[in-house]
Design a protein around this ligand. Structure first.
Ligand code: AMP
Ligand code: ZN
Ligand code: FE
Ligand code: FE
Length: 274
């Protein structure tokens, strides 16, 4: 069984439609795949229908933006009820704040690079959730850079002078909201230090208390040391170890199925559905 529990479509900052992601998942030989767009559930219907046609088992998910003080955290929510009012409210606030934040970043960037908000709107297309990758695409289209990666390295990284924060819920509140909506919370890439600051062990301990179910241990942004630290933490706090691709289509190098979740771990997660 090949199980990949973290992928993105163009509902957020992936490049393929939800149906395309499912077709690519089938081609990659996956048996179970989750669609986990940032702060949005808009891709679920299309993905579920295509997955069913392909005989692929579909897991509806969200990658919820959250924070612990100033540290940005991504929390996967697997199988949450999309009609849960409290969770929907948090996601709506974040999506709204992301637009203002992207506008401010574009204002700052446009001092040094020819770029207009309309460029970003064009590249975000019908995306429910606007993110830095859409700004990256706009800068690439303007000819300033060759790839998303290059724009992140120069302009969009977390300690860049152009960087702006956006509202996100406290991560403990996010975990509780996901549980209250029947979802299963898994901490995405908890030790991806190349993206910015990561949380210390004690935060993972307090999240376990708050209802965290799992840790995404196997992820391309984790080196061997990070994997060792996280697997020890998972063991200590009774958290389920997952692995996934964090696929973004052609927007990143990540390949579907490059990291996988075991059948045992998947069944343990599924048993916690509310
Ligand atoms: P945002 O959610 O707007 O803060 O943007 C973060 C997103 O940018 C993450 O979901 C990543 O997938 C993406 N990202 C971060 N670093 C890079 C990079 N070096 N190249 C391409 N995409 C990246
Ligand atoms: Zn992303
Ligand atoms: Fe993430
Ligand atoms: Fe992701």
């Amino acid at each position: 069984m090949r199980i990949d529990l973290h992928t993105h479509s163009n509902v957020s900052d992936g490049t393929g439609t939800p149906a395309q992601v499912m077709r690519e998942a089938a081609e990659a030989g996956l048996d179970v795949v989750a669609l986990t767009d940032h702060d949005a559930v808009d891709g679920w219907g299309e993905a579920a229908a295509e997955a069913e046609r392909l005989g692929l088992s579909f897991v509806p998910g969200i990658e919820v933006s959250a924070k612990d003080r100033w540290v940005s955290i991504h929390m996967l929510a697997l199988w949450p009820r999309p009609d849960d009012a409290a969770l929907a409210e948090i996601l709506a606030l974040t999506r709204e704040a992301r637009v203002g934040r992207a506008r401010t970043m574009v204002e700052r960037i446009s001092v040094d690079y020819a770029l207009e908000w309309e460029d970003v709107v064009t590249h975000a297309g019908d995306a429910a959730t606007v993110g830095r990758p859409h700004i990256a695409d706009a800068l690439v289209a303007r000819g300033h850079f060759a790839r998303r990666d290059d724009v992140f390295a120069e302009v969009l990284h977390n300690s860049s002078p152009y960087y702006v924060h956006h509202y996100a819920p406290d991560v403990h509140d996010a975990v509780r909201a996901i549980r209250a909506a029947g979802g299963v919370p898994v901490f995405a890439h908890p030790a991806a230090h190349a993206r910015g600051r990561v949380v210390p062990d004690r935060v993972i301990a307090s999240l376990a208390e708050a209802g965290l179910a799992g840790l995404e241990v196997d992820h391309r942004d984790h080196d061997a040391e990070a994997v060792a630290r996280l697997s020890a933490l998972a063991e200590r706090h009774g958290l389920i170890r997952t692995g996934s691709s964090d696929y973004h289509g052609t927007g990143k190098l990540n390949r579907l199925g490059e990291n996988l979740t075991s059948v045992e771990a998947f069944e343990a997660l599924e048993a916690q559905r509310g």
